[in-house]
Design a protein around this ligand. Structure first.
Ligand code: HEM
Length: 407
C-alpha cells in the first residue's frame, strides 16, 4: 500500500484514462450526490429477479465456448483459455444487461474485446514508464497514438450498442415489451424516464455508464473465471470435489436453475479462495476528502491519494495462516465468522462496493459448473506455474491449460 499527497501521479493518470474513455463520468469514478443518484437509479438492474433469467444466457454462452474448446483440442490439448473466457464473458454481458438478442458474438464484439485488452496493456505500460506520465510527451509517442485508436474503437462499439437500443425503443412492439416487464434491465433503466424525480441521464452520462459497465462487467469476471480454472488445474483434488458436487446437484441436467446455485457450497468456497489469491481487482484508489488519523496515532492529510492493495491484504500473514496455500476451508462458515469482515474484500466494501457482485457470482458459478461438467483442467508440464500476479495477464502471457473432454 502506498499513500501520500506527493506520491507519483498514478491516481491522476488512472482517472485521466477513464476520462479519455468517456467524456462523462461513470459510477466507478463519480462522487458526491451525482454518484448517489446514479447508484440509486442502477441498483434495481442487479436485483435477483432481474438476474434469474440471465442463468440460461450464461449457460448458452458457456456452451459456445466449450464447442470452441472441443475443436481446438483436436489439434492441441494445450489451450490459452483467457481470450476464450473473455469473449464468452463479453457475449453473455451483451445478452444480459445490454439486451442483445442474437445468439452468437459478432466480429465487432471481438474487435471491441481486443481494443479493451490493448487499452489495459497500454495503460499499465504508461503507469510503469515515468516519461509517459507527461500528457504532452505521451500523445506524441506510438503508444499514445495506439491508445487513441483503441479508445475510438471502444467508443464506436458502445455508441453502436446505444443507437441500436434507442432505435429498437422506437418500435411500438419493443416499447410494449419493456412496459410489460416485471423488472427493467440495465439499458431499459438508462434509456427510460429516469428516477422518481424524473432526472434523466445526459447523453455524456449515459455513454459513460455504458462504457463503465461494459468494461467492468466482462473484464473482472474474465479474470475471476480464468484464475479459478487455473487454481483447479494446480490443485486437482479440489477440482475433483467441485466436479462431484456439481454432478450431485445437476444429475443428468445440462442446465442450471437458480436454486442450484445456493447448493454449490464447496464450489463457492473454492471461488472465494481463488479470489483471495488472485483478486480480479488487485487494488483500489481513494483521495481523502478529510484528514484521517489511524489507531497508532499516525495521520494523513486531506487530499492524500491512497492505494489499498487488495492483493497484499489477502496474503497478509498476520490474518491468513500460510497465506500462499490454497485452502478453501478458510471460507467454511465457522472459519469465516472468526475473521474481520474487511480481511477479505474482492468486491471492496461499504457503499462503494461492487454493484455487480451478485451478477458476477451468479455468472461465475454457472459458467464454472458447466465447464467442470464437460472438461478436466490440468497444467501443461512444459509451462511453469504462474508465480506472480500479472495485472495484464490475458493480453500478455495468457493462461495455458491442458484440456481433456469428459465423456
Ligand atoms: C469477479 C467479478 C468482479 C469483481 C472482483 C469486482 C470488484 C469490484 C471492486 C473491488 C470494486 C470497487 C472499485 C473501487 O472502489 O475503486 C468494484 C466496483 C464496481 N463494479 Fe465490480 N467487480 C466484479 C464484477 C462486476 C460486474 C459483473 C459489474 C457490472 C455488470 C461490475 C460493476 C462495477 C461498478 C459499476 C463499480 C463501481 C461501483 C460504485 O462505485 O458505486 N463489477 N468492483
Amino acid at each position: 500500500m502506498w499513500t501520500g499527497s506527493d506520491c507519483p501521479d498514478e491516481e491522476a493518470l488512472l482517472s485521466h484514462v477513464f476520462s479519455l474513455l468517456t467524456p462523462g463520468k461513470g459510477l466507478l469514478v463519480l462522487d458526491g450526490p451525482k454518484w448517489f443518484q446514479h447508484r440509486k437509479l442502477l441498483t434495481p438492474a442487479f436485483h435477483s429477479d432481474v438476474l434469474k433469467p440471465y442463468l440460461d444466457l450464461f449457460v448458452e454462452s458457456t456452451k459456445d465456448m466449450l464447442n470452441k474448446w472441443d475443436k481446438k483440442i483436436q489439434k492441441d490439448k494445450c489451450v490459452n483459455i483467457f481470450p476464450d473466457v473473455g469473449h464468452m464473458a463479453l457475449d453473455s454481458l451483451m445478452k444480459c444487461i445490454f439486451g442483445r438478442s442474437s445468439n452468437s458474438q459478432t466480429q465487432s464484439d471481438i474487435i471491441y474485446y481486443d481494443a479493451i485488452r490493448e487499452l489495459t496493456l497500454l495503460m499499465q505500460q504508461r503507469l510503469a514508464a515515468f516519461q509517459y506520465h507527461s500528457d504532452f510527451y505521451f500523445w506524441f509517442t506510438l503508444h499514445g497514438w495506439k491508445f487513441l485508436q483503441a479508445c475510438k474503437v471502444a467508443h464506436d462499439y458502445t455508441d453502436k450498442v446505444i443507437r441500436a437500443r434507442k432505435a429498437a425503443l422506437k418500435e411500438e412492439e419493443e416499447r410494449e415489451k419493456i412496459q410489460g416487464k416485471k423488472r427493467l434491465d440495465f439499458l431499459d433503466i438508462l434509456l427510460g424516464p429516469g428516477d422518481e424525480s424524473n432526472t434523466k441521464l445526459s447523453d455524456a452520462d449515459l455513454r459513460a455508464e455504458v462504457d463503465t459497465f461494459m468494461f467492468e462487467g466482462h473484464d473482472t469476471t474474465t479474470s475471476g473465471i480464468s484464475w479459478f480454472l487455473y487454481c483447479m488445474a494446480l490443485y486437482p483434488e479440489h477440482q475433483q470435489l467441485c466436479c462431484e458436487e456439481v454432478q450431485d446437484i445437476l444429475g443428468n441436467r445440462d442446465t442450471i436453475q437458480w436454486e442450484d446455485l445456493g447448493k454449490m457450497t464447496y464450489l463457492t468456497m473454492c471461488i472465494k479462495e481463488s479470489f483471495r489469491l488472485y483478486p480480479p481487482v488487485p487494488q483500489v484508489y481513494r483521495q481523502l476528502s478529510k484528514p484521517v488519523t489511524f489507531m497508532d496515532g499516525k495521520s494523513l492529510p486531506e487530499g492524500s491519494l491512497v492505494s489499498l492493495h487488495i492483493y497484499a491484504l489477502h496474503r497478509n500473514p498476520a490474518v491468513w495462516d500460510k497465506p500462499e496455500v490454497f485452502d478453501p476451508q478458510r471460507f467454511s462458515p465457522e472459519n469465516s465468522s472468526t475473521r474481520h469482515p474487511y480481511a477479505f474484500i474482492p468486491f471492496s466494501a461499504r457503499p462503494r462496493n461492487c454493484i455487480g457482485q451478485q451478477f458476477a457470482m451468479t455468472e461465475m458459478k454457472a459458467v464454472i459448473a458447466i465447464c467442470l461438467l464437460h472438461f478436466e483442467f490440468s497444467l501443461e508440464p512444459s509451462r511453469p506455474a504462474i508465480k506472480r500476479l500479472q495485472l495484464v495477464l490475458g493480453s500478455k502471457n495468457g493462461i495455458y491449460l491442458n484440456l481433456k473432454k469428459l465423456t
